[in-house]
Design a protein around this ligand. Structure first.
Ligand SMILES: *[C@@H]1O[C@H](CO)[C@@H](O)[C@H](O)[C@H]1NC(C)=O
Ligand SMILES: *[C@@H]1O[C@H](CO)[C@@H](O)[C@H](O)[C@H]1NC(C)=O
Ligand SMILES: *[C@@H]1O[C@H](CO)[C@@H](O)[C@H](O)[C@H]1NC(C)=O
Length: 204
């Protein structure tokens, strides 16, 4: 494979950053947040339509002050093991920088110990799959320091199914993107022709 020298340099630079940055391991985090997700029961949730209401709070059985460094909470949609199978690009890695379990951001909010709720319409680009919700508590340096999730440690309970927007919708979306690209190009062409015509008539 040919790699242009420029992008190689960028890649090396990035690898250096990743290598030197402080690595946080999921297994080192405590599950101090209680996270729930409510949605329509016993049915497949449709991307672009269905809603999930996520709530999160500090688990009071942990000592008061355990959460003193928490600054932000980042809530994410995560793949259950069955939707990761044979898909290395969704692989779970203990080192969070490399972890691909939770690629879809739902919301980020300043940390509060209680009364947190957010209703999310499942975004149109979410693929069909089996999911759960996880929230990370981040400190002032944006490092993960704790988490909570709607499922158990084995990621086998309280999972839900999302169905992607059907192929027809997707191809319609693609068609409309192509169409607007076409309009821009033809408009530009039209102006160019008009300008040339204008110049040609001035020269007469
Ligand atoms: C998790 O909890 C243990 C025991 O309370 C504590 O020693 C440890 O520092 C905590 N880990 C993190 C990342 O806060
Ligand atoms: C709160 O944390 C304790 C200790 O880890 C745990 O046993 C308990 O199940 C948690 N509570 C909830 C509601 O998750
Ligand atoms: C949580 O919300 C309820 C109802 O809105 C309110 O009465 C309560 O004081 C709030 N608690 C905190 C800790 O903000």
């Amino acid at each position: 494979m040919e790699v242009p020298a420029g992008s190689m340099a960028v890649y090396l630079l990035l690898s250096c950053f990743v290598a030197t940055s402080y690595g946080v391991y999921f297994s080192s985090l405590n599950e101090t947040l209680i996270v729930t997700a409510t949605h329509a029961k016993d049915q497949v949730l449709k991307a672009g339509e269905a809603q999930i209401t996520v709530t999160w709070r500090f688990n009071q059985t942990y000592k008061a002050g355990t959460d003193s460094a928490y600054k932000t909470v980042k809530v994410k949609l995560c793949y259950a093991p069955i939707s990761q199978k044979d898909r290395s690009w969704r692989k779970t890695e203990d080192r969070l920088k490399k972890d691909k379990t939770c690629p879809h951001k739902i919301v980020a909010r300043p940390y509060a110990a209680s009364n947190n709720s957010f209703t999310w319409t499942i975004e149109k680009d979410i693929p069909t799959g089996v999911y759960f919700v996880r929230a990370y508590a981040l400190d002032a340096q944006d490092q993960e320091v704790a988490y909570g999730q709607t499922t158990n440690g084995a990621k086998s309970t309280n999972l839900f199914n999302v169905q992607a927007i059907t192929g027809r919708h997707v191809s319609l979306d693609i068609a409309s993107v192509c169409f607007s690209a076409f309009s821009v190009v033809s408009l530009a062409g039209f102006f160019y022709m008009e300008k040339r015509k204008g110049k040609a008539s001035q020269q007469k």
